[in-house]
Design a protein around this ligand. Structure first.
Ligand code: NDP
Length: 433
């Protein structure tokens, strides 16, 4: 990829896409094509084909998808399967048809089995049952990754897939009904702090920018307090000046801290999770687009005892072809002799299954939700108490990616979690999110 390369970035307004967009522009790429979902519905096969005919992108980054939290995944099961399959089938297939030099597909760490050994290695894919709640989404993502792999094996394309861990960053979703854990904690702590400080201006500003359950900043104090209580944010004594005219319903004052606001969170706080800033993910994606070909990833599928002169030669040949940026087999060529394709030869003649070629992207470090909440609390400056409602389910105990392949390829994260949280909270309060 050079600064003038024509790059189609699908999903440029999302959490991931917007970070990649900023990073590409920052690195001097000047020919980036973007479309909103209203301008180009990627589930529409004909529209996508016409777009590729007209624009003929050289590189594609596929960060468009139907994404959501557990509730959304479990509620809109058909949509999560259909939309994601359509989007990726259309974009990946048209990339092949139009001879795209390289494509990067964004999957997710939810592709791994429910009870996957930790940390999760790329090779653990399809070794056991998936988590039922997000099975349709995970199956779509596994299919996208397999599409890339099988197109490479049959057509010699250079399509690579990445599986990021939990992300956070600018343009994240702060809607408390659908958001992921980290942005939800940031917003809840912020609201709790505003309530604790009797800061109704900022409380109303927050609700005006994004209502909670239909309640915005125009609602009266009582309705706002009730809405916050529904989100686990409650007053435990009477901190307000008389102008608020609100009486709390006999809630006990927290004697240990004498805090006025208590934030109740679901579960025990013990499950462990890993988080990556979306700017770091963007950095990793662009690094891989520049430095890694499918041929490099296929190498991981060849067992040491089968890495002989012939298989090494095939991998070298594949790398040379892919470095020259030409697809091995042109979709419009009359002769589609797949035996020209070294990947195909490895699979068919040498019976080496090229699989699990995706790359995990994460930090390889996790922390408990309790620790995360503490970190966010310190950053936001909420002084009240956090309570854990252990009647609510905890979910999987640990979800941590094995990132050795990524480290071997030469990439590591740069933004620490504390610094990342400080940055996003600053952006959140400045209303730039
Ligand atoms: P967002 O929901 O923030 O953004 C999704 C983007 O996809 C939007 O820009 C939207 O476009 C676009 N889009 C959705 N449907 C269509 C459609 N039918 N046609 C065209 N464009 C469409 O998602 P994220 O940025 O969080 O996720 C991007 C990718 O990263 C996904 O593949 C996801 O699986 C992966 N990922 C995300 C993680 C996370 O924690 N967020 C973790 C791991 C992986 P528009 O804005 O124009 O409507």
């Amino acid at each position: 990829m050079d600064p003038n390369s024509k790059i189609y970035l699908a999903g440029h307004r999302g959490l991931v896409g917007s970070s990649i967009h900023r990073k590409l522009k920052h690195e001097g790429y000047t020919n980036i094509i973007t479309r909103t979902s209203r301008e180009l519905d990627l589930t529409d096969q004909q529209a996508v084909a016409t777009f590729f005919d007209q624009e003929k992108p050289e590189y594609v980054i596929l960060a468009a998808a139907k994404v959501g939290g557990i509730m959304a995944n479990n509620t809109y099961r058909a949509e999560f399967l259909y939309d994601n399959l359509q989007i990726q089938n259309n974009v990946i297939h048209q990339s092949y048809v139009h001879g795209v030099k390289k494509l990067l597909f964004l999957g997710s760490s939810c592709i791994y089995p429910k009870n996957c050994p930790q940390p999760m290695k790329e090779d653990f894919l399809l070794t056991d049952e998936l988590e039922y709640t997000n099975e349709p989404y995970a199956i779509a993502k596994i299919t996208g990754m397999k599409m890339c792999e099988e197109y490479n094996i049959q057509y010699g394309t250079n399509f690579i897939s990445v599986m990021p861990t939990n992300l956070y960053g600018p343009n994240d979703n702060y809607d408390l009904e659908t958001s992921h854990v980290l942005p939800a904690l940031i917003r809840k702590m912020h609201l709790a702090k505003c309530l604790e400080q009797d800061d109704w201006n900022n409380l109303r500003k927050d609700l005006n920018s994004l209502p909670v359950n239909g309640v915005n900043g125009e609602a009266d104090n009582k309705e706002i307090i009730k809405t916050l209580e529904d989100q686990g944010i409650s007053i435990t004594n009477q901190p307000f000046n008389q102008s608020t005219k609100f009486q709390t319903a006999n809630q006990p004052i927290n004697q240990s801290t004498n805090c006025s606001v208590i934030l109740t969170l679901w579960g025990s706080g013990n499950p462990r999770r890993e988080f990556l800033h979306s700017d770091d993910l963007a950095d990793a994606c662009i690094y891989l687009m520049k430095n890694t070909d499918f041929a490099d990833l296929a190498r991981y599928s060849v067992p040491e005892d089968q890495l002989n002169d012939k298989t090494k030669e095939l991998l070298t040949e594949a790398k040379e072809i892919q470095s020259s940026n030409h697809p091995i087999i042109q979709s419009d060529s009359h002769s589609k002799d797949i035996t020209y394709n070294p990947f195909y030869t490895l699979v068919s003649k040498y019976r080496i299954p090229i699989k699990n070629t995706h790359i995990n992207i994460g930090t390889g470090k996790d922390l408990s939700i309790k620790e995360l909440a503490g970190m966010i609390k310190d950053n936001v400056g909420f002084r009240g108490t956090i309570d854990w409602n252990t009647n609510m389910p905890d979910g999987t105990f640990q979800k941590l990616l094995d990132v050795s392949k990524l480290h071997e390829i030469g990439w590591q994260e740069k933004i620490g979690l504390k610094e990342g949280i400080r940055k996003v909270y600053e952006q959140y309060v400045n209303g730039t999110i």
